[in-house]
Design a protein around this ligand. Sequence first.
Ligand code: AMP
Length: 437
Amino acid sequence: MPSTKKPSEKKSTKRPASVPVFQSVKGMSDVLPKEEGWWKAFHEAGMRTAELHDFHLIETPILEPADLFEKGVGASTDIVEKQMYTFRTKGGDRVALRPEGTASVMRAYLEHHLGYFASPLKVFYEGPMFRYERPQAGRERQFHQWGFEVIGDGDPVYDAEVILATMALFKELKSGPLVVKINSIGCKVCRASYREKLKNYYRAREKKLCKDCTRRLEKNPFRLMDCEEEDCKALREEAPIILDYLCQSCNTHFKSVLELVEENGIPYEPDPYLVRGLDYYNRTVFEVWSPSAGSALAGGGRYDYLAEILMGRLVPAVGAAIGIERAISFLKGAMPTPPRKEPVRVFFAAVGDQAKKASLRRMEELRRAGVPVVEALGKRSLKGQLKVADRLKVPLALILGQKEVFEGSVIVRDMVTGAQETALLDRFVEVVKKRLR
Ligand code: AMP
């Protein structure tokens, strides 16, 4: 338990005595019990969606070789240039806290030859990601993502399926209207000529660019498209768009994705300026936006070259990642309570040593029968315990005293009316279940 500073008698200019010595690292938050309902709702919606869409769990370590991301995500991306937590282990290995999940999943796919077991492989993951960004609303240094990946097939049907699964998860959460912004960023062939056009356009206007964009212009001109500086944003309005440069095959692929998305009733908006901040994307890129939230709740796309970059293998793939904190904060704005939270309906009270001893076993019997139980056994008096039951608004309380232990019974109390009955301990689980129906 973190220690706290003792109150000092002298007036100090330092930290007030009530502030604990230890606080979480800047940009990294605790998920507290009061948030439980939202996190559980998200997790349950994710699991349900994964099951319905046939995605299977994959869990990769939080630490990976640093060059997995340097190579995979791209050396000239913001993530690698500025945001990675990288360090050397005592054994001298250079490792990084993962800034995103896709490169790790592809590493695992190649390492364990997962393509032999399923083609395509459809997986989901859930866990913390780390990026050294300037903390602000909706942007943390540790945040959580839920991801869907389909690895081993380039068919546009899988681009659509990833988009559908992402939207289905939000639907499961009853999120309200969301829109998919979508674009194609082409392939190695068509992107090269667009890249030159873009460079020429920006070179002619270099003086107006921000420092970052001037630096990125030669190495990665696509990144200029998602710069947030006002002058760069204004220049973007007139910039050439990739859709005019797509090759035949990328064009057909993109059209098929749009058709499938439309056929499935997903609201979408083509956004010719959407490029996404990671190098590994090709063809389809998309983000999920809410008309009210000012930021993306999820993002993804196709990454057919990632396996080639990592291990020289050609493995087409497509995926998406949902920012869980952002999704939850968006839901909180849209509804007063989490979409589904089963309230606990039974309180167990025990008075006296014998009763207390017996109570753990009796509560287990209820839990094994699928009945969630709460208690306040640390409080000695019945009054104190029932006060907690009142506060929790639990409708049914079970009371075990010395007399009941001796007789092999338990009192079942209706907390709303105060009416009580006695049930035999041999069949009290049935009685409780009947009362809860
Ligand atoms: P990305 O991996 O950058 O494509 O991000 C996918 C989703 O993760 C975004 O749409 C956000 O919802 C979320 N996200 C990305 N970066 C952060 C961050 N620093 N803090 C909180 N959420 C984030």
